[in-house]
Every structure is written in C-alpha cells, then in structure tokens.
Design a binder for this molecule. Structure first.
Ligand SMILES: Cc1cc2nc3c(=O)[nH]c(=O)nc-3n(C[C@H](O)[C@H](O)[C@H](O)COP(=O)(O)OP(=O)(O)OC[C@H]3O[C@@H](n4cnc5c(N)ncnc54)[C@H](O)[C@@H]3O)c2cc1C
Length: 666
C-alpha cells in the first residue's frame, strides 16, 4: 500500500488556509446524524470531544480513569508554546516552525509543523476565553518563559501546573456538552479493539473496568487520543496507567506505526533511587530558565561528593564545570532535551556523576536566587549588599515561579533545593513515534484518526519542550474538527451503525479469548515481573545510546520474554470484576510486541537523529550524525502477524522551506 500524506499543494504559509477553504463540510443539521467515538480524554481527546460536540456531532468519549480530569495530561508542568511574540523578542510563526523542525533534527513533516505554528496563537486565545489561569505579568499581559531549543520566550504557563489548568479548561468545555447530552462519557472503560466494517473504522470493543463487561460501541469514525507509550520502559515520567493498547490494537488492524524508536529522554528528572520504584518524577524543563547544570570539574571532587565527604556547596565556582554553558555557549542550559540528556550522560559516564550511583548532575538555583534577590532589593530600595536579605527575596521570586516543583523535589528527595542544588538525571519521558497519520490526522485505516501524543506527531526525532500541549490542543481544537468533516461528509445519510454486524461479533470474541487466556493461565510470575524485565532490556539496549549489537540482542530477548510471558504470567481474580492485574496484563502484552518493533526500527535506522542516538553514527564531538541521503523519511511499519514480520513503508520528507543542515546549538 502506497502512503499518501495528502499534503496540499501551494506555498507553505497558504496550505492550511487554502485547504480548509476547499474541503467538504457537513452542514449543522447533518452533524446530528453522525456519531464519533473518541478514545482518550486527555488534552487531545478532551479538546476534540468538546469541539466536535459543540459543532453538533454525537460524541462517545472513553477513558480508563474515573474522570477525564485524571488523564496523564494533568501532569504537564512547564508550559505551552505559542508564536504570539508578546515579549517582542523576534518570535513569529516562521520561527516557531523553524525551531520545531530543527529541534526535531529535520525528521518532521514541514506542512504539519507549519500548521501547528499557525494555530498555536489560537490555542492561547481559546484557553484564556475558557478561563485558564495562565501566568500574567504585573501589567496584566500573559507572561512567557523560555524552553529549550529556542532563542525567544514563547512559553505560556500556569506555575508548574500548566497541563492541569489546560485540562480543567478542556474538561469544563466537555462538561458543557455532557450536560447537553452531546457527549456520552464512558469513564473507567478501556478500548481493547477496533471494529472495521468494509474497510472502514466503525466502532470499538471496550471493557467496563468496574464490572468487567465487554461492550460493543459503533460510530461513523473513531478517533484515538490515547497518549504515548513511554511506559514500554517500565520506568518513565508517564503516569502509571499510560499505555499503548489503543494505538497498538489499531496498528494490528491496519494502522501503520511510524518511527517507533523516536523516544525522548528528558534531562531533568529525579534520579532512580532503587529497585522498588515504579515511576520516575520529572523536574520541568522550565527550571532550566533559571537553574544552571553542572558537575565538579575534577573527578576527585565528584568522588568525594559520592562518598559523602564533600557537599555541592563546598565547591567554588572555579571547581565547577557548567558543561552545557561550556559546550553550547549560544543556547547554554536551554539546548534541546536530547542534547542536554546526552551531555549529562557523557559527564556521568566519564566519572563526574554526583549521587551514590554516579548517575546524577546538579541543577543549581543559587545564581538565580542571588540575581532575583539583588534586583528585588534594588526595586524596594533595600540593602542589596545584605546577603541574607538578598537570598530571602530571591528565594521568594523563585518560589513564585516554580514553588510546586521545589516542594515536590523536597518531598521526594528530602533535600531543600533552595539551599542545595537539585540532583537530576535523564529519564524516559515522551514518544515522538506513534500511529502514522496523513495531513488530515487519519491513519491508514479509513475513518480511524489519531491525535495528540498517540500519533507520530509533528516533532520529528525530538520534541522541543512545551510543544506537546500545543500539538495535542492544536489537533483537538483546531485541526481534527475541520478534517474529520471532510471524511464524514459522504456518510450523512448512513444512519446508525448496528453493533450486531459480524465484524463486531468477531472482534468481541477476540477480546474475550485474550482475557480468558490470561485468567486461565495460572502462571507463576506477576505482570510487573515481566514488565520490569522488558523495561531493563529497553533501557540498557534501546535507551539513550543504541548500537547494532545491543539492538539485535534486544529484539531476540524481547521475543523470548514475550513467549515466557504468555506461558508463565499469573493473573489473579476473575474477568468479571474490577481487576487491575488483568488490565496490566493486556497492556504489557502489547508493550511486549511494541518493544520489539521499537528495537527493529532503531536497528534499521543507520544514523543518529534527535533522540535516536546510534553510537556508530556520531560526530567527533559526540553529536548526533544524520544521514539525510538515506534516512530523510518517516518509517511507517505495517503489521504482518508479528513484530519481526513488520513491513517498512517510507514517507520521504521533502524540505522546501528549511535547508537541511547538521544541527548546531553553539
Ligand atoms: C511529567 C510530565 C510533564 C510534562 N510537561 C509538559 C509540558 O510542560 N509541556 C508540554 O507541552 N508537554 C508536557 N508533557 C507532555 C504532555 O503532557 C503529553 O504529551 C500530553 O499531555 C499528552 O496528551 P494526550 O491527550 O495525547 O494523552 P494523555 O493525556 O495521556 O491522555 C490519554 C487518554 O487516553 C485514555 N486512554 C488511553 N488508552 C485507552 C484505552 N485503551 N481505552 C480508553 N481510554 C484510553 C486515557 O484514559 C486518557 O484519557 C509532559 C509529560 C510528562 C510525563
């Protein structure tokens, strides 16, 4: 099957407008005749559900949590980008487009990224209209801060809780439609398969997670906004429940999976502290606005710190190596995440790590506290030479910007980041890969759309900070509501789709059979036992640095682990009750397939780009070395029975507006 990305013709800045002007529309009265299923009510699915219902469609929305308010989007801390140029620092739609393509190491689709940059400003207006309390400056204008990979301040934020506030906005908009009966909300429901009738997505099979009942739901189109698959690594900054099942199930029924190996390892997370952990905690990238990253300049000092003989604060400025500022003077601590993560790993691997395991670097706010405190003392006419006063005033400013993050760090690590630097280390955070979609956000299954983190997205091989919320809300509020109409227009007279069709019966049987198999397996090991093993293979061999040998081993090991899982997994309880072990089993079964495809994709991509770092392909300075001649394409995998048989399709990436050059942040 040939991939058709359906990118409109014409100049990049006119594509979206022209396209919208000419696609099919469904008139308001006919929208009432059309049903849309939305799987996932995070920022992407929630915004789509609210908008489509507002337009008049009948929406059925599903989430596995007890409320849309608990979607993983709620965890987003640092902010959301938009090209508003409020700071007058030279920002524009083009710059946001350019920064995103460059940040993604030239592996994103130009037309989609430009559209994203165009609608970014609308998102902020929409959210402000909903009452989302974005931070404001003294004069009342919305405030901005900087994120990695840019030289402007374009990130809108609500302290360290931006995702939560945006989600409350989307959730309020959804609730209005739930109240009107236009959205039927299915909380605590998990989609376990898609139903395809005559080649088109026409429904889903879902499990009621409270009663265990298996349900059939039909619609004229299915939208998947089920989030990312970072939990394939077991340990990640994602919510514990985040999983790939919806995306993987549609993959198995015909949706190509794109660039599975593009995963983001975020540089500023609280380091792993032991085997007992089931989750890692992010310290937002916004902290890199004011925090300076360093390790001791001498290995002896690093060793003394690891052994508890010295403290960070014992080291003078001359004894510190601010390695990002040293290596990347232009962007300093605000280089993109992939660059910052690799630089931290390089220092730790070289023996400069500062925690007991040697896998941590410092993120230090002392300079910012002093800078803010001095300014504040000056503004208030107080003594700027009084060190204690300056520290107190500076700490108050830092608290107003990042207070909740500092509190979180203190509660987890039991150290006060106002007085001693934070310790941080890279951790799995975001997945740029996902289901392949065309310009309409439709997968290779007609009528099945994918939005937000679950699609292969606009971020290429590395996502810039504060761009996921932008993409999810762009997809849900401003893109899908147009493009889905184009697809649905011919269906206006079709009427309700029966769930008695044989395709529903067959899909339901498949789901029930899988559940019965797990319940009756009576193995000896828990689901987590296998998930942890998978995570270790992924981190060691498919993680921050990859090579052909490790990837080949990983592919074999994951396939063997999957076999062992099916023979030996133990799922207690029954199918007809609230059974979280059963939920985990179906999710981990999918991770065990996805993990293998992930490694296969990483092995085939004989280049380094963004978050995909192949040790064989690097510059003398240890930077990612792309091979544009052979790999400037989206790798879209077609399922053929098992991951090892997946067939590769290539969507060439054409750069007409941005020149392909090796990325530099110096
Ligand atoms: C700690 C943290 C901080 C972050 N901070 C930022 C930030 O500051 N700025 C930024 O831009 N990005 C940030 N990100 C990334 C961003 O939060 C996510 O990419 C984004 O919120 C994903 O939104 P989503 O709607 O695609 O998916 P999610 O919010 O993950 O929602 C997924 C939805 O799908 C549902 N679902 C999944 N599977 C099924 C199924 N099988 N059946 C039924 N329902 C299902 C879930 O119940 C949920 O409703 C952060 C990520 C993390 C982990």
């Amino acid at each position: 099957m040939a991939l058709d990305s359906k990118i409109p013709h014409g100049p990049i800045s006119d594509k979206w407008t022209d396209y919208k002007d000419h696609i099919n529309l469904v008139n308001p009265a006919n929208k009432r005749n059309l049903d849309i299923i939305i799987v996932g009510t995070g920022l992407a699915g929630g915004s789509a559900a609210a908008t489509l219902a507002e337009q008049g469609y009948n929406v059925k929305a599903f989430c596995f949590q007890d409320s849309p308010r608990r979607a993983h989007s709620i965890a987003a801390q640092g902010g959301i980008n938009a090209a508003k140029n409020y700071k007058g620092d030279g920002d524009s739609v083009y710059r946001l487009f350019y920064d995103t393509v460059k940040g993604g190491d030239y592996r994103a689709r130009e037309a989609n990224v430009h559209r994203l940059a165009e609608v970014s400003a609308n998102i902020i207006d929409q959210c402000v209209a909903q009452g989302v309390p974005l931070a404001r400056e003294y004069g009342g204008l919305l405030d901005n801060r900087s994120f990695g990979g840019t030289l402007v301040s374009r990130t809108f934020y609500a302290q360290g809780q931006t995702g939560q506030q945006l989600l409350l906005g989307a959730y309020s908009a959804m609730n209005r439609q739930i109240g009107r009966g236009k959205i039927k909300m299915y909380n605590r429901h998990e989609m376990l398969d898609i139903v395809i009738v005559n080649g088109k997505a026409r429904g889903i099979i879902a499990r009621n997670l409270i009663t265990g009942e298996i349900e059939r739901h039909s619609a004229h189109a299915v939208v998947v906004g089920s989030g990312g698959y970072g939990n394939v690594f077991f340990l990640s900054t994602n919510a514990m429940g985040s999983n790939a099942t919806a995306a993987w199930k549609i993959h198995k029924k015909g949706a190509f999976f794109a660039n599975p190996c593009y995963t983001q390892i975020h540089p500023t997370c609280i380091p792993v502290s032991g085997d007992h952990q089931s989750k890692l905690t992010l310290m937002s990238e916004s902290l890199r606005n004011d925090g300076r990253i360093w390790v001791p300049a001498k290995q002896e000092d690093a060793k003394a710190i690891r052994e508890g003989k010295k403290k960070a604060t014992d080291l003078s400025e001359a004894e510190r190596d601010y390695f990002l500022e040293r290596r990347y003077p232009a962007f300093g601590n605000l280089v993109p995440r992939d660059v910052a993560s690799r630089a931290a790993k390089e220092r730790c691997d070289a023996g400069f790590g500062v925690n007991k395991t040697g896998e941590a670097v410092y993120l230090d706010f002392a300079a910012a506290i002093k800078r803010y405190g001095t300014e504040e003392a000056f503004v208030k006419g107080l003594d700027a030479n009084d060190a204690a006063l300056v520290t107190k005033l500076g700490a108050e400013i830092v608290k107003s910007k990042y207070g909740n993050l500092f509190q979180m760090y203190y509660k987890i690590v039991d150290e006060d980041p106002y007085t001693t630097p934070m310790m941080i280390y890279p951790a799995v955070h975001y997945t740029m890969g996902g289901t392949w979609v065309d310009y309409n956000l439709m997968t290779t299954i007609p009528g099945c759309f994918s939005i937000g983190e679950s699609n292969f997205s606009d971020h290429g091989a590395n996502r810039l900070g504060a761009s996921a919320l932008m993409q999810g809300l762009a997809d849900g509020y401003f893109v899908l509501p147009y493009t889905i109409g184009d697809y649905l227009a011919p269906d206006i007279k079709m009427g309700e789709i029966s769930t008695d069709l044989p395709e529903f019966v067959a899909a339901e049987k498949e789901v029930k059979d899988q559940i019965d198999r797990f319940i009756n397996n009576k193995g000896t090991h828990s689901v987590d036992y296998f998930h942890k093993k998978l995570g270790k293979i992924m981190w060691d061999k498919v993680g921050m640095a990859r090579n052909a040998k490790g990837l080949t081993e990983a592919i074999e090991e994951i396939a063997a682990l999957r076999e062992e899982f099916y023979k030996d997994v133990k799922v207690p309880g029954s199918a007809n009750e609230f059974n979280q072990e059963l939920e985990k089993a179906t999710r981990v079964a999918d991770f065990l397939e996805l993990g293998e495809l992930f490694a296969k994709d990483a092995l085939h991509r004989n280049e380094s780009c963004g978050g995909h770092f192949r040790e064989e392909y690097q510059t003398e300075e240890g930077e990612a070395l792309r091979d544009d001649e052979n790999f400037a394409y989206v790798a879209a995998w077609e399922y053929k029975g098992k991951p090892s048989d997946a067939v590769l399709h290539k969507e060439p990436l054409v750069y007409e507006n941005i020149k392909l050059v090796q990325r530099s942040y110096k």
